[in-house]
Design a protein around this ligand. Sequence first.
Ligand code: GAF
Length: 383
Amino acid sequence: MTDNQLTDAFTAVHGGAPDGIWAAPGRVNLIGEHTDYNDGFVLPIALPHAARAAVRRREDDLLRLHSAQADGEVVELTADELRPGTVPGWARYAAGVVWALRDAGHPVGGVDVHLDSDVPTGAGLSSSAALECVVAVACNDLWDLGLGPVELGLLAQRAENVFVGVPCGAMDQLASTCCEAGRALFLDTRTLTARQLPVDLAAAGLRLLVIDTQVKHDLADGAYAERRSGCEKAAELLGLAALRDLDPAGLPAALESLPDEGLRSLTRHVVTENARVEAAVEALLTGDPAALGPILTAGHASLRDDFLVSCAETDLVVATANAAGALGARMTGGGFGGSVIALVADTDADRVAEAVAAAFAAAGYTAPRVFTALAAQGARRLA
Ligand code: GAF
């Protein structure tokens, strides 16, 4: 939607004009899955798909929240009365950020908000982080808070952890606030050191397909929290601050010392996944993006066989895409459905997409949605 359309929609709901328009993108993670809450490495790119918000600062502390994707109602809340776990539905992502900013001592008050997002929901593409981050950047500008992208991303993560109640790591929110166009964000989630790595797949005759299986996942359903607490337990038993601290050379001995196969396989995934991120960074830095292919496929096998967050649909996409000529493929995001990324030569893109569509039809699955991912700009003011 254009800025004018957003302004018109804001005016129709709230009356008058917004103070400005902001955008915050969804993401795909190239590699480094379930590493962010283990103090590890991630390598996301921002998508052109984004949550956009027309926002106006209010002089009272009323939040009047409206979403083009919801049923038309305006959700009215009082900033001072916001409490974790009390706001249902999409509005909790916006309200949670106001809560997190105020809880951190920032003098944020009421806002009128009209949201419109084209980040597919439940597709593993960070639609909720996009909603959080667009409100965070808007409040940062409207109250002149002077917060940088890392601080804003971490506040948005706190909104999700505490206000919404999902124990996610920081990747999605930091990807949304920190990513740059044409670059992948190599982030060390312990030190929060970030490097922006050029990712020019087109120059190499390649493209990254995003294949949304349309199987909805829900991070709040407990399986994600279980994986996270399993990793924390393994680290504790190994005497480590986090699984990030386990060197690949020490992995065999560490695995032997763990009491059960569940903890062993979680540990194996995290240690090998961090090494895959480092290998992927090397591929990008040496100008050899095709080398990402086998790294993606190995990452998928680890998520499927060790971390147990894959599902029949994502496994079918990966197997079919690779059989049809993809250089590599893997599920992206938290898992239990959602999207697969496939690295393909430009000339093979249609064949891969058609093969996946045919395999889904044969299996009786809903047709997948396919688009090409282009590394887009992180959260920003549009107008
Ligand atoms: C979800 C979470 F929100 C992220 O923090 C991350 O853990 C990801 O799953 C898995 O890598 O998107």
